[in-house]
Design a protein. Sequence first.
Length: 560
Amino acid sequence: MACASRIASALRRIRCANSTFQRVSLIRPAPQIAQRRWQTTQEATTSASQEANHEDDLPAGAPSAKTIKFTSESYPELKRDPKFAEITKEHVTFFKDLLGSDSAVIDGLTKDAGEDIEPFNSDWMRKYRGHTKLVVKPGSTEEVSKVLKYCNDNMLAVVPQGGNTGLVGGSVPVFDEIVINLSRMNNIRFFDEVSGVLVADAGVILEVADNYLAEKSHIFPLDLGAKGSCQIGGNVATNAGGLRLLRYGSMHGNILGIEAVLPDGTIVDDLSKLRKNNTGYDIKQLFIGGEGTIGIITAISILCPQRSPAMNVAYFGLESFEKVQQAFREAKNQLSEILSAFELMDGRTQKLLHKANGKKLPLEGDHPFYCLIETSGSNTEHDSAKLEAFLEYVMGEEIVSDGVLAQDQTQMLNLWSCREGIPEVLGHWGGVYKYDLSIPISELYSLVEEMRERLTSAGLVGDSDKHPVVDVVGYGHMGDSNLHLNIPTRRFDKEVEKAIEPFVYEWVAKRNGSISAEHGLGIAKKAFIGYSRSDTMIKLMKQIKNLYDPNGIMNPYKYI
Ligand SMILES: O=C(O)CC[C@@H](O)C(=O)O
Ligand SMILES: [Zn+2]
């Protein structure tokens, strides 16, 4: 079998080149998300919950945030809460006096802050845009405390903001909420090489933290495409999942402690470095995934695993979702503790990747499904033996039809780009309807098929400009039963939206899945929480919100 020999010869090459392969570490450059660009669209029609924003002639690499439609227009049902005060010159003076440095306050009230303030008002997807006139950048926990207390005392609404790389509009204002940006708080406070405990400010960029840990043979237990821009405080506040959750677990499991500030200025000093601390309620968990609705995380303490010196990345083509499941089962069974990622991409995502940016795909021929497997272990020989046995098995049993194994770091990056490049590429035609869903694994892909059929029979999908929908595709974290259902479109269209929603949420709810597996609720999914949470759970969440933030100043109009 040609494909078998492809992998077998790759394995032979690895055995010959052990010494170089052994030391490969996987550090992927993050996509330049600030330069993502939406394509021209025709006659974009409005859609309250999904509309992205387009313009006819964006200069490549320099999108102007000013052309993004305001969230308050896309969501006309949202009204500014009159209980919040409007920002005055006196407020601005207070923040300037408090924070001292000129660069710590972006003041759009007393002067035209123009392009300086817009990146804080809008998100990288160009879907959400607020009206803030003030961005403050505290440089310490004490400053965050003073800022928040002042806002709370004066009924000024705020939005905590990290790297602003979220996917649900949670980190940008809707109206004139003050943006509290954490980027100046970017120090690593502590690292212990024996325990692997890292304590760092919330504003440290994920990739910076990971590079720091790499020098100490450790790894940050979270990895995602936006690592070059996102901040670890935001990662914790959104309980980001990423590409290696399968191996290292979630933020809820890895975070040992947090430091946070409540709206009344109280500093929650719970920066525990302990793995075990069984003394009452685990209150830090409320801030993890709390999306900045009860307080601002200012620092985290996190358990970081040892970095694996031996890494392998393989990319397979498979003929059915049944075979994908078999491959996943075998990977868990045979690679067990060295398996660090098992990602799924359908054939359509790979074709679109090629179509949009001409990317040469690793395998010749078409396969309905592709998987990317990564192993991370401590012993190359041991890992290679396991991998070889696994590959021989899946090829021999015809579970996998074709595959390649990276020979060096460049090839690893190239294989990873076939997965990580997908979200950005799908925006190429105009915009994307995005759904981030937890679904029982056996039915993970059925939703994509049903949705494709549904939209196709409604005459909405096609190759020509007559059809709004380019395709219906699925990819995601197979290892976590987390599907990213993406529907790239040429234009946003009420008819398309009606065909997708609420069908998609009902479909997921019927299977006891989650309507937001890892991206959170923000503004995009807030209206749909009831599909995944019972009335009792929502009531309990509201009680917590009211307890911590009685004035409701924290990230209003989102989440809850
Ligand atoms: O854009 C998406 O739908 C998914 C983004 C991210 O969670 C990923 O897994 O690449
Ligand atoms: Zn994801």
